[in-house]
Design a binder for this molecule. Structure first.
Ligand code: GDP
Ligand code: MG
Length: 183
């Protein structure tokens, strides 16, 4: 994270990481947000390490550098470099797979060992378009988020539900944290 002042005013750069079990939809959430694309085929090693999105908050240019594990999690080997400098995180599970929800606490533990508590964290229940095969209720998601002090949202990278909102809430929260420190 950095903030600097130049003639154009302040500029912000925030690193955000996306974590969660394999195939919960992390890469598709990012590609939906950054490029409005959805990929029906899961490809573990697809693509880039991060995408940069620019947002305007209170007239300030905020750059969010959003990192994707690019399949590292398949080997339970997300490196500490992945987390380094991150000020926000989306912890994703798949609402149609209970086991991915049970893994959330492990991902949160990992997050805690690599970051400080001021990090903006959002619990994301993805694939909410698949209501008929849902295994994790909205209530369960909400309760876990509440007990861990996380924001909570359900999304669909397939039909775009709440994807933009999920990232924007995290980015805005980071911005608010930084602004509070500056004041
Ligand atoms: P990752 O391993 O967490 O990065 O997951 P991917 O983004 O590669 O997605 C895994 C699989 O789930 C792919 O086949 C996607 O097409 C599918 N998928 C991802 N998000 C959604 C979603 O919101 N709804 C549905 N129905 N499928 C999704
Ligand atoms: Mg992926």
């Amino acid at each position: 994270m950095s903030s600097s002042e130049d003639e154009g005013g302040e500029e912000y750069l925030f690193k955000i990481v996306i974590i969660g079990d394999s195939a919960v939809g992390k890469s598709n959430l990012l590609s939906r947000f950054a490029r409005n694309e959805f990929n029906p085929h899961s490809k573990a090693t697809i693509g880039v390490e991060f995408q940069t999105q620019i947002m305007d908050i209170d007239g300030k240019e905020v750059k969010a550098q959003i990192w994707d594990t690019a399949g590292q999690e398949r080997f339970r080997a997300v490196t500490s470099a992945y987390y380094r400098g991150a000020v926000g995180a989306l912890v994703v599970y798949d609402i149609t797979r209970q086991s991915t929800f049970e893994s959330v606490t492990r991902w949160l533990d990992e997050l805690k060992t690599h970051s400080d508590s001021s990090m903006a964290r959002m619990l994301v229940g993805n694939k909410c378009d698949l209501e008929s095969i849902r295994e994790v209720s909205v209530e369960e998601g909400k309760n876990l988020a509440e007990s861990e002090g996380l924001f909570f949202i359900e999304t669909s990278a397939l039909d775009s539900t709440n994807v933009k909102t999920a990232f924007e809430i995290v980015i805005r929260e980071i911005y608010n944290n930084v602004s509070r420190k500056v004041l």
